[in-house]
Design a protein around this ligand. Structure first.
Ligand code: ZN
Length: 135
């Protein structure tokens, strides 16, 4: 790469921004979260999207999913879910999004695992109480 092309590069040429760590690069994916709580109150740079909940009985396949063949006897991997049309009522649902890099996704998943594990003693106590009341 020449010096001139480096000078003319824009941030967009360096890849997509990770809103969590600020690095630009490839392989950005979107974390989706919703818990019926105003998560904009958190100090996290969430984006927003709206999903529409539909009764599956009202859906008609429109285009098939895009899949990669599964290897070694595994099921095909859906890389795009395909589309449907709907003849019923749709319910909008606001979700919070974070477009993040692989390292930040990994950290997010580790924190969720840590959060779940941190409540194991609470679950054990609740199960012990449940057994006591059943006896
Ligand atoms: Zn990141």
């Amino acid at each position: 790469m020449s010096t001139q092309s480096l000078e003319s590069q824009t941030p967009e040429d360096e890849g997509e921004l990770c809103v969590n760590c600020g690095e630009r690069g490839e392989d950005r994916r979107t974390l989706w979260m919703a818990c019926f709580y105003a998560m904009e109150e958190l100090a996290v740079p969430f984006g927003h999207q709206v999903l529409f909940h539909a009764d599956p009985a009202t859906l008609t396949p429109a285009s098939p999913p895009t899949t990669l063949p599964g290897r070694l006897g595994l099921s095909p991997i859906n890389i795009f879910p395909g589309t449907v049309t709907c003849s019923g009522e749709l319910t909008p649902k606001k979700i919070y999004t974070l477009r993040v890099c692989k390292d930040c996704r990994s950290g997010w998943m580790q924190m969720i695992e840590h959060w779940h594990a941190s409540f194991s003693r609470v679950r054990e106590r609740a199960e012990a109480r449940q057994q006591t009341t059943e006896e």
